[in-house]
Design a protein around this ligand. Structure first.
Ligand SMILES: [Zn+2]
Ligand SMILES: [Zn+2]
Length: 300
């Protein structure tokens, strides 16, 4: 298994093994670089309540974003995405004002497939590109949220979806010598405990309805399936936790498990575990501060 690999090592392995993924990997690489910038943390709102009654912490968040930061990142991400496939109109649509960068950012952070569809149609694309790009676009801010909010997640969080962003787990991780089972989120890197015998999607606990597909020689990676809802989660054994920043790449690197599951008729839910609303508002304070800098500091 790919345990121990991280960041750059993962990217170069995937790049070698899957040349067809290069545009996607270029985008992920850009997101990983962006995630290292502390400036994203400034847009993370304080949350005072713990994630009670199954509500992810991002739910209802009002993010005061620096417009330049969002505009630059959205534009860069969509330029990379557009370079990967011809006739993807997003970079042009942004430049022409047919696609609003803040609306796109907001829909991506909320993980709202309907809004992403509406924005894609307005930009002139009906191939579902934004549904692929959206989660990557949201990674810098959602990882900043996860870093800030992890201490607020109650130890008793019992939902199958992520307590930070509400997405379904990308992976289940069996960790350490005691074999504790953790669910991991690809969008924000979230990490929460679950029971060994419990379907994350429908809550099924009956062992007669839960099973694992194991391929010979790779018992450390399985596909855990539920006969009640017919969904699956990929499960990996890890002596040390997968770095939050690497969960998305681990999800890609275990594509062979998805193929095994899909061939047997299991699926992943298409909608998020919990729908959330997020508002991204331009931060007036920072905008004014920048104007002040420009007017008093001369040419930049
Ligand atoms: Zn998450
Ligand atoms: Zn189930």
């Amino acid at each position: 298994m790919a345990r121990g690999k991280s960041g750059g090592a993962f990217l170069s392995t995937l790049d070698t093994e899957h040349a067809e993924w290069r545009p996607l990997l270029a985008l992920v690489e850009a997101a990983l670089g962006e995630m290292e910038r502390p400036v994203w943390s400034e847009s993370v709102p304080a949350r005072e309540h713990s994630a009670a009654i199954g509500e992810p912490l991002v739910s209802g968040a009002i993010m005061q974003v620096t417009p330049d930061l969002v505009r630059r990142w959205v534009h860069r991400a969509m330029t990379i995405a557009s370079a990967g496939a011809s006739a993807i109109p997003f970079a042009d649509a942004l430049a022409a004002g047919r696609l609003d960068h803040l609306a796109l950012f907001e829909a991506a952070v909320a993980g709202d497939p309907n809004r992403l569809d509406d924005l894609a149609q307005a930009a002139g694309d009906d191939r579902g590109v934004l549904k692929v790009v959206g989660p990557i676009l949201a990674m810098p801010i959602l990882h900043a949220c996860r870093r800030a909010w992890t201490p607020l997640v109650p130890a008793a969080w019992a939902e199958g979806y992520c307590p930070i962003c509400g997405d379904w787990p990308a992976l289940a991780e069996t960790r350490g010598l005691d074999g504790q089972r953790r669910l991991r989120c690809g969008r924000c890197g979230g990490d929460w405990r679950t029971e060994r015998l419990r379907c994350p999607f429908c809550g099924e606990r009956g062992h007669e309805n839960l099973g694992s597909l194991v391929s010979e020689g790779s018992e450390q990676q399985t596909v855990d399936v539920c006969e009640r809802c017919r969904y699956y989660v990929k499960a990996v054994t890890a002596l040390v936790p997968i770095r939050p920043e690497d969960v998305f790449l681990q999800d890609l690197a275990t594509l062979v498990l998805d193929v095994i599951a899909l061939e047997r008729g299991y699926g992943r839910p298409t909608a998020k575990g919990r729908r959330v609303q997020v508002v991204a508002k331009p931060s007036r304070l920072r905008t004014l501060f920048r104007l002040h800098q420009w007017t008093t500091g001369g040419a930049r």
